[in-house]
Design a protein around this ligand. Structure first.
Ligand code: SAM
Ligand code: SF4
Length: 333
């Protein structure tokens, strides 16, 4: 484990991204992310305070973390979220602050988030069909999400992207309409292969609508696509463009073509566990250090230990990931 310099793991991957989950709670119940009922959320006292998150962000920035993304659960259900955005936007060394949201609360929050210093927004949208939205999320909130997207566009963030989870037997009916919707608004759209993080243990490999299948479907219906040259990109999505132009369509093929070799991400769960992979079973307890009177050096050591413990690959490609140790909303997607 290197004692100084950037957060480099045993395989030479430098870690510059930290995804911070600010809550495990949510105003939707997407079936691929949490059980429909009976979810036990963490008590408030167990969740990191804004001051604790800001301190960890400062330490992380000192170790070379440059990008923070706030996620959850649904980050906009955390009370005072704009205050946290403001605190993090002022962290020296952090040059990119983003947030992933389901969009339900964007009609109320988009303006304040921008004013607080948020630069980039990812908004999740799996379907434009109200009934299917309710089947997926167990809530009738599609209209608010669509209104939230329009509000965010009016507010004018540096970048807005749409995310759709790709599930066999569902996404085939939505993919073309989603791409048309994204193109009308000039928004990049990414399809994310559904991962074994549903919390119910109901995920099966057969549920994965793979990247190549989505591309085949899109090109059949909407015309040919070509890969966008992304040499050197560390983004998980492989991007494509329709030959007749428009915003890119990305594929996050965690299962069919894992991108572990270019992963430079760490995660912080809402109760303060550092994780080095979505699928890892280990967590490094930053909350214990924070609340046990630890110094910044102790926190820095924890970051280095988490990075040193990172495995080469996540194991889904070899079938070694069992569904499901943790649900996505508990870790932070
Ligand atoms: N609540 C916010 C939202 O839905 O955008 C942020 C948290 S959510 C866990 C982050 C992203 O993970 C969303 O785009 C969501 O669709 C995606 N996601 C959740 N569960 C997933 C799964 N099992 N496989 C793939 N993506 C998933
Ligand atoms: Fe909530 Fe996002 Fe999970 Fe859906 S994917 S249940 S919106 S945290």
């Amino acid at each position: 484990m290197s004692a100084a310099g950037p957060l480099t793991d045993r395989f030479g991957r430098v870690h510059t991204d930290l995804r911070v989950s600010v809550t495990d709670r949510c105003n939707l119940r997407c079936f691929y992310c949490m059980p429909a009922s009976g979810v036990e959320f963490r008590p408030h006292a167990a969740i990191l305070t804004f001051e604790e998150i800001a301190r960890l962000a400062r330490v992380a920035a000192g170790l070379g973390i440059r990008k923070l993304r706030l996620t959850g659960g649904e980050p906009l259900v955390r009370k005072g979220i704009c205050d946290l955005v403001r605190m993090l936007a002022q962290t020296p060394g952090i040059d990119d602050l983003a947030l992933t949201t389901n969009g339900v609360l964007l009609p109320e929050y988009a303006g304040d988030l921008k004013a607080a210093g948020l630069r980039r927004l990812n908004i999740s949208l799996d379907t434009l069909d109200r009934k299917r939205f309710e089947e997926i999320s167990h809530r009738d909130e599609l209209d608010r999400v669509l209104e939230g997207i329009e509000t965010a566009l009016r507010v004018g963030f540096e970048q807005i992207k749409l995310n759709a989870v790709a599930v066999r037997g569902r996404t085939e009916a939505d993919a073309v309409a989603l791409v048309r919707y994204a193109r009308q608004r000039n928004l990049p759209l990414r399809f994310i292969e559904v991962m074994p993080l549903d919390g119910d243990g109901r995920w099966t490999r057969a549920m994965v609508l793979s990247g190549p299948e989505i591309l085949e479907l899109l090109s059949r219906e909407l015309g040919p696509l070509e890969p966008v040259d992304s040499a050197g990109s560390r983004a998980p999505a492989t991007e494509y463009r329709f030959l007749d132009g428009g915003p890119p369509v990305g594929i996050v093929s965690t299962l069919s073509a894992p991108f572990c070799d270019r992963c430079g991400r760490l995660r912080l769960t809402s109760e303060g566990k550092l994780r080095n992979c979505l699928f890892s079973h280990d967590g490094w307890d930053a909350r214990a250090v924070l609340r046990g009177g630890g110094a910044d050096d102790d926190l820095a050591r924890l970051f280095r230990e988490a990075v040193a413990g990172k495995k080469e690959r996540h194991g889904t490609d070899t079938g070694h990931v069992a569904p499901t140790q943790h649900a996505m909303h508990e870790i932070g997607g």
